[in-house]
Design a protein around this ligand. Structure first.
Ligand code: SF4
Length: 285
């Protein structure tokens, strides 16, 4: 077996920044609660719990004096609710998410209807909806939206969507230009997502099996797995090395490895080690 690593994978700038901010704050405070998981990775969440950073499901569950806003960001109403409760905030919103929030807020102020290309239930998208001030709609395709295309429309994307899928989505809006008097489209997919996707696509063309490592709820990891599958390569999305089955591989398999932006190096390394063990064991059982 040959094991190849994607040229870009694992922790992104936004996740590293969020973890640095939280570790610094915990040193000063002793106990913090985050509104939802800081990143969509169980190992990271577990490690943070060990140093006193726990996850609150909602603001009502918060018992600490300080609340961590995760890298996914929140809407302005949540920020106000935190302040109204007299709690302090450690804001780890990724600057790329912040940029998308600012665009949503500006479009809303200027009277545009806003379509957010993304996953309805994802925390980042919920935050973007908040910044859209009631003028936002979430969609991953145009079914159900096409009958009510507004005259002044702004389109933004969740930061971790696929650039190719976003381009297709926007193309449809452009084809409807006779019904839209003004269309504004913003490039809000982050560079980390684009680079990891491009590297995964490149690698998946050269291997027999792709292993995609990352949280099952991680949006950017799901996009990586979809991209590999789109190349027709057998793809497994795993969270940790215990999930690897030797029967996935042939004796001469070329195996590609990539990982989402919230996957720590230690997990990537443990997966590579497990793959080496499988390779060293000879013919997989
Ligand atoms: S994936 Fe992109 S938007 Fe999300 S935290 Fe990382 S850098 Fe920021």
């Amino acid at each position: 077996m040959e094991i190849k690593r994607a040229s870009e994978m694992g922790f992104c700038f936004g996740v590293r920044r969020a973890l640095d901010l939280v570790r610094k704050a915990i040193g000063e405070q002793g106990h913090l609660q985050s509104l939802g998981a800081i990143v969509h990775n169980q190992k990271v969440v577990y490690d943070l719990e060990q140093i006193g950073v726990t996850v609150a499901g909602s603001l009502d569950d918060v018992t600490s004096d300080t609340v961590v806003v995760t890298s996914h960001g929140v809407g302005p109403n949540i920020i106000k609710n935190i302040q109204d409760k007299g709690l302090k905030i450690v804001d780890t919103t990724c600057p790329h998410v912040k940029k998308a929030q600012n665009i949503a807020g500006k479009l809303a102020d200027e009277g545009y209807s806003i379509v957010i290309f993304g996953e309805e239930g994802h925390p980042e998208v919920q935050g973007l909806l908040g910044w859209s001030e009631g003028k936002g709609t979430v969609a991953i395709d145009w079914s159900g939206l096409s009958d009510e295309i507004p005259h002044r429309l702004g389109i933004i994307s969740q930061t971790t969507q696929s650039p190719k899928n976003y381009a297709e989505f926007v193309k449809y809006a452009v084809s409807m230009l006779s019904d839209i008097s003004e269309l504004r489209v913003f490039s809000t997919i982050c560079e980390a997502t684009s680079k990891r996707l491009a590297a995964a696509l490149e690698l998946s063309k050269t291997v027999d099996v792709m292993i995609v490592i990352g949280g099952i709820n991680s949006s950017n990891t799901k996009r990586l797995a979809e991209a590999c599958l789109s190349q027709g390569v057998t793809t497994y999305h795993i969270e940790q090395n215990e999930q690897i089955e030797p029967s996935w591989f042939e004796i001469n398999s070329k195996v590609g490895v990539t990982a989402g932006a919230s996957t720590p190096d230690v997990i990537i390394d443990s997966v590579i080690e497990k793959l080496k063990l499988v390779a060293g064991a000879g013919k997989p059982s």
